[in-house]
Design a protein around this ligand. Structure first.
Ligand code: ADP
Length: 407
């Protein structure tokens, strides 16, 4: 079964073609700066006998052209990996906000598209480009099933005590104001990987999964099911991130509107793009921040301290929510690569049974790897995330069920 995974963002489109027989990526790529004159297409082929990378600079006017270019590369006689688009069995689309309507992967039809559109106000930056990806795919790949996988799906198992805000209840019933959580495909993928590494059934393990990339989120996973997560109604909540503020006192918003004369749109931009690590030290890439900190920049050191402290507090909170924790799992750009951050987060957590081996943590090792010491009651792992593969897995599952039902 060949599955094309599409992740359409506002100015970029990522794609990967999986051969699910050997679960390998055949080809993939990213189209960046859609809508600008200086677009870039990067296409990588990774089939057994060929490893190739092609970079093309060209104007990519819109998402339709981006998708067209992606498909052309996949079937290209020279750079492609299949002869014809009819060899693609299904297309899996990442959709950021599924609201409460979607608890699992879903075949896309007009009703589903309408439901996704109805969630646009909850994810104005993400859902509209996701929908464009779907519509372009329907047009360019007629007859091939399109399946939506929602970032919010994994978190739909949270109980009301975890997902409700202490606001008038009608804000939830009338306006859908609640915690939805994001990065769900990543948390789901690393939870299942971790269970395998622990040699345990997913339904028997309790985990704290920590996704630290540009966006950061932490989940409490009880017996394979999410019971709480740090992001909220939007991906702005939780711990501070590269450029996002994370949790702040809500009264700050009104106060700053009054004090600065900014309008709400401007302030929203500040909270999303100019806050977090960047807000504190002017940089959002953790590698640059460490460099600056080593050179004596006090705000760079402060930004790392704040980041690690906030994550440490979530570990404490989720350890309390779960009662018993089998493992803590670090993932994504910072979580997978930054031993200094991991060490700072795990420092002084021995009262929770968490002890790491400093040498294991800082040494370069093939991933996944464990970093807990023999004395630790809780295992600590680095597990690389793979959201695209998780999407392909979900698509294969729903396609197989549907094929069996048809027989
Ligand atoms: P995204 O959320 O965009 O998918 P990633 O998971 O790729 O992000 O993470 C990107 C971030 O990872 C970068 O901004 C950078 O801060 C961090 N990062 C990547 N490599 C390293 C590294 N070796 N050490 C520390 N941080 C790293």
């Amino acid at each position: 079964m060949k599955i094309l995974v599409i992740n359409a963002g506002s100015s970029s489109l990522k794609y990967q073609l999986f051969n699910m027989e050997d679960t390998r990526v055949m080809a993939g790529g990213v189209l960046e700066r859609i809508g600008e004159k200086k677009g870039v297409l990067t296409h990588t082929i990774s089939i057994r006998e060929r490893e190739e990378k092609i970079v093309q600079k060209q104007e990519i006017k819109n998402h339709k052209l981006a998708m067209h270019l992606a498909i052309s590369m996949i079937v290209d006689p020279k750079h492609g990996v299949i002869n014809d688009i009819s060899q693609i069995d299904a297309v899996g689309h990442r959709v950021v906000q599924g609201g409460e309507a979607f608890g699992s992967a879903t075949f896309i039809d007009d009703t589903v598209k309408k439901a996704i559109r109805s969630n646009n106000p909850l994810a104005p930056l993400h859902n509209p480009p996701n929908l464009i990806g779907i519509e372009v795919s329907e047009e360019l790949l007629p007859g091939i099933p399109n399946i939506a996988i929602f970032d919010t799906e994994f978190h739909q198992t949270m109980p009301p005590k975890a997902f409700l805000y202490a606001l008038p209840y009608e804000f939830y019933t009338k306006f859908k104001v609640r915690k939805y959580g994001f990065h769900g495909t990543s948390h789901k993928y690393i939870s299942h990987q971790a269970a395998q590494l622990l040699k345990k059934d997913i339904e028997t393990v309790n985990l704290i999964t920590i996704h630290l990339g540009n966006g950061c989120s932490i989940s409490a996973v009880e017996k394979g099911k999410c019971i709480d997560t740090s992001m909220g109604m939007t991906p702005l909540a939780g711990v501070m991130m590269g450029t996002r503020a994370g949790d702040i006192d809500p009264a700050i918003i009104g106060y700053l509107l009054e004090q600065t004369g900014m309008d709400i749109k401007e302030l929203d931009r500040v909270l999303n793009k100019k806050s977090g690590l960047k807000g504190i030290c002017g940089m959002n890439d953790m590698r640059d921040i460490h460099d600056a900190s080593q050179k004596g920049d006090p705000n760079a050191a402060l930004a790392v301290d704040m980041f690690c402290y906030q994550i440490k507090k979530y570990i404490g909170a989720y350890a309390a929510a779960l009662g018993k924790v089998d493992a803590i799992v670090f993932s994504a750009g910072v979580g997978e690569n930054d031993g200094l951050v991991r060490a700072k987060i795990c420092n002084k957590l021995s009262n929770l049974g968490i002890r790491i081996d400093t040498k294991k943590n800082l040494s370069k090792q093939p991933k996944p790897f464990s970093l807990h010491s023999p004395a630790s009651n809780v295992e600590v792992w680095v597990v690389p995330t793979n959201e695209e593969f998780q999407i392909a897995k979900e698509v294969k599952k729903i396609m197989t069920c549907s094929n069996q039902n048809r027989k």
